[in-house]
Design a protein around this ligand. Structure first.
Ligand SMILES: O=P(O)(O)OC[C@H](O)CO
Length: 440
């Protein structure tokens, strides 16, 4: 029988040094991630947003609520285009840019190298060489995959380029707040607003299960709304270091033939959110129908309660969102973790199957519609700069309605039983992702 000393000698080999380093490295990594989450407010108690007695959409007080509560600008505009096939979206933008005579202003979040970025470069370079002022305002994080030589080539032909909020070591946490807007303005008189970045991702090439073009759409307006959006563009352009030259913009445009519209923009703030108030007002004003499109769906508790409340009132509440085709699996897991109470209350949640669903919209009752860059998640509510245009616009509502119906035909609507029976690993992943809910 071995003595205690003999046992200790044979089993007590110290772990190899590399294992210690690995453990220390992992510990540090966890510390950095948790500290980052902590400093960004990931574990904070989310501020509440409960609203009672929301006026109906046809009550003039609803518009006042948008203006006063959700900081929305009251304007007018005419719908001049709607595209829901991704080739058509890029073709419409490229054609409009190619026709510009004085000024192209473009603010976007996401770009990657590829044929879409090449086509974009070709058209803006061509216009710049023809003497058109081209101002590109690019989110630094969302466009970081683009090589420096791409921008150099554009700058060399006179394109003005500013990056929104590059990493600054003196304020590194600000890097979390991005410009998520997608805004193309042509000659100060036509604006394009929609979900698509400038990337081959939208052709469905980048991820597993992504077998077709992404589902998205683009809307174009003319009228006074363009001047106000130019102002929004110039605010961020100036913040990013660009000069505001009013010689070429902010034309006063006739209101004749236009429809009232409301522009809601959101800037980063952990305490308040115009976008959340906008969405909450829409949800609570609905009487018959509330159809929502959002790829990233991480509703806070008050939004969930408002959706449940709408269901209880008899409103037809349906949400179209992404399924297994996703560029952000963690967000999808977090979303699914939150489906339960909504499904139980009767909210229809349908995941688009053929490819990534990326459109962002809210359709309320017969003719009210809101479209733009905002998702239903804390990132759009509290961290990013966003832009949505809303209003009673039956012509646009019909188009978004058809888009929604077509998408639903290719979606799987999850039942409460499906949700309860999801795998243990999905439940665990969902809970892990939700630890960082406020940052998603
Ligand atoms: O952030 P979104 O909604 O513009 O989506 C961009 C995607 O993350 C690109 O992968």
């Amino acid at each position: 029988m071995p003595t205690p000393t003999e046992v200790s000698d044979s089993d007590g080999e110290p772990p190899p040094v590399w294992l210690w380093w690995l453990a220390v490295g992992l510990l540090l990594l966890v510390l950095v991630v948790v500290s980052y989450g902590y400093l960004r407010g990931s574990f904070r108690q989310a501020s509440t947003c409960t609203i009672d007695n929301v006026p109906s959409l046809d009550d003039p007080c609803f518009a006042l609520c948008l203006e006063g509560l959700a900081n929305s600008a009251d304007t007018t505009g005419r719908l001049v285009g709607f595209w829901s096939e991704i080739d058509d979206v890029y073709a419409a933008r490229d054609t409009a840019m190619a026709s510009a005579e004085q000024l192209i202003q473009y603010e976007t979040y996401f770009m990657t190298p590829g044929r879409r970025a090449d086509a974009f470069a070709e058209v803006v370079a061509d216009r710049a060489m023809a003497g058109v002022t081209v101002q590109l305002l690019l989110d630094h994080q969302g466009t970081k995959a683009m090589p420096e030589k791409y921008w150099r080539r554009l700058r060399n032909v006179g394109v003005e380029i500013q990056f929104f909020r590059p990493l600054d070591w003196r304020a590194p946490l600000e890097y979390n707040s991005r410009s998520h807007r997608k805004l193309l303005i042509i000659d100060g008189c036509r604006v394009f607003i929609g979900g698509a970045g400038v990337s081959d991702f939208w052709d469905g090439v980048a991820f597993d299960h992504d077998d077709g073009p992404w589902l998205d759409f683009e809307v174009a307006y003319e009228g006074e709304v363009v001047s106000l959006l130019q102002g929004k563009f110039l605010q961020n352009w100036s913040c990013a270091g660009g000069c505001i030259d009013l010689k070429q913009g902010l034309h006063s445009v006739q209101k004749h033939g236009s429809t009232p519209l409301y522009i809601t923009d959101n800037t980063s703030s952990l305490n308040e959110s115009s976008m959340r108030l906008l969405m909450q007002l829409h949800i609570l004003a609905a009487k018959e129908r509330l159809w929502i499109g959002s790829p990233y769906l991480v509703p806070d508790d008050d939004t969930t309660q408002a959706l449940i409340c709408a269901c209880k009132k008899g409103v037809d509440v349906r949400i179209l969102t992404m399924g297994a085709s996703t560029d952000k699996k963690m967000v999808h897991m977090a979303s699914r973790g939150l489906y339960g109470p909504l499904l139980e209350a009767g909210v229809k949640i349908c995941e688009y199957q053929p490819s990534m669903m990326h459109a962002k919209f809210v359709l309320v009752d017969d003719g009210w519609v809101s479209t733009g860059s905002a998702n239903f998640d804390p990132r759009s509510y509290f961290h990013n700069d966003e832009l949505n245009i809303s209003g009673a616009y039956p012509e646009l509502a019909r188009k978004v309605e058809q888009f929604f119906i077509d998408a639903m035909a290719n979606s799987y609507c999850i039942t409460h039983t499906d949700w309860q029976n999801r795998s243990t690993s999905e439940k665990i992943k969902g809970q892990m992702a939700l630890l960082f809910r406020q940052l998603l």
